[in-house]
Ligand binder design. Structure first.
Ligand code: 13P
Length: 253
C-alpha cells in the first residue's frame, strides 16, 4: 500500500482528567515517533484538544475533533464550532460518528459539517455504517444514503479531500471486527457510489475501517481490506494495546 497508514485514535469520552490525557498523549507520541509506516491522528475530548494540540511541536501526530457545529459562532450552548477547532491546530474533524448519530445527528447535519470542515481547511472524516446486516443487502442502501447526504454540498473538486470511515455499528465496541474480505467489498461499493455521484475524483477518497480494531486484526485489515487506515476506539486508550497494534502494522502490513 502506497503512503502511510492513517490510524485515528478516537479517545471518545476518555480519560477523566487532563493529567491522564497528557500521560496518554505522551505514551502515544512515543509510539507514533517510532512508527515510520503509520501516521497517527488523535481525537481527544474537546476540552483536552487545546492543551494537547497547541503544546505539541512535533510533526508526527495530527489532531482531530470528535464533533463540531458547522457554524463559526452563535447561540448553541454546549457546542464547539468548526472555526474554533481549526483555531486550536486540529486538522481533522470526525463527522457523523455512530455515537453522534445515536444522539440525534442526522444525515443533513453531516452534510453541513462536512462542507463547513472543508471551508475551514479541515479534513472531514465522514463516518458511515449500518446498524445490522441482513441477507438481502439492505445495508448497501443505508450506507449509500449516508454517503449521498455527507457529500451533497462538497464541491466536485474537493471530493478527494474527504475521508470516509466505514464503521458498522454492530462492530463498534464488540468483540469481533468485520472480516477484511467484507471490508474489501464495502470499500469497492463506497468508491463506486462516490464516483457515481461526483465523478472520477471519488476514486481518490481515502477509506478507513473502524470497529473492534486490535493488534490481532489491524495488519490484516490494512493488507486485505482495501483501506488506507483505521479508526480505533478502545485499543487507542490503552498504551500497551496501542503500541502492540502499531507494532503489528509496522511489521506485517
Ligand atoms: P472500538 O474500537 O472500541 O470498537 O470503537 C470503534 C469506534 O467507534 C472508533 O471510532
Amino acid at each position: 500500500m502506497a503512503g502511510k497508514h492513517v490510524i485515528v485514535a478516537n479517545w471518545k469520552m476518555h480519560p477523566a482528567s487532563l493529567r491522564e490525557a497528557k500521560k496518554l498523549f505522551e505514551a502515544t507520541r512515543k509510539i507514533a515517533d517510532k512508527a515510520s509506516r503509520v501516521s497517527v491522528v488523535i481525537a481527544p475530548p474537546a476540552l483536552f484538544l487545546t492543551p494537547l494540540s497547541t503544546g505539541y511541536k512535533g510533526k508526527k501526530i495530527a489532531f482531530a475533533a470528535q464533533n463540531a457545529h458547522e457554524g463559526d459562532g452563535g447561540a448553541f450552548t454546549g457546542d464547539i464550532a468548526v472555526a474554533q477547532v481549526e483555531d486550536v491546530k486540529a486538522h481533522y474533524l470526525l463527522v457523523g460518528h455512530a455515537e453522534r448519530r445515536a444522539a440525534g445527528e442526522t444525515n443533513d447535519d453531516t452534510r453541513k459539517k462536512v462542507a463547513s470542515a472543508l471551508y475551514y481547511g479541515l479534513t472531514p472524516v465522514l463516518c458511515v455504517g449500518e446498524h445490522v446486516r441482513t441477507q438481502n443487502g439492505e445495508h448497501f442502501g443505508f450506507v449509500r444514503d449516508q454517503l449521498k447526504a455527507g457529500f451533497q454540498s462538497v464541491d466536485p473538486n474537493a471530493v478527494g479531500k474527504v475521508i470516509v470511515a466505514y464503521e458498522p455499528v454492530w462492530a463498534i465496541g464488540s468483540e469481533e471486527a468485520m472480516s477484511p474480505r467484507e471490508m474489501h467489498e464495502m470499500a469497492i461499493f463506497i468508491r463506486k457510489t462516490i464516483v457515481e455521484l461526483h465523478g472520477a475524483k471519488g476514486h481518490s477518497v481515502k477509506i478507513l475501517y473502524g470497529g473492534a480494531v486490535n493488534e490481532q486484526n489491524a495488519a490484516q485489515m490494512l493488507q486485505f481490506g482495501d483501506v488506507a487506515g483505521l479508526l480505533v476506539g478502545r485499543a487507542s486508550i490503552n498504551p500497551k494495546e496501542f503500541a502492540a497494534l502499531v507494532e503489528s502494522i509496522q511489521t506485517n502490513s
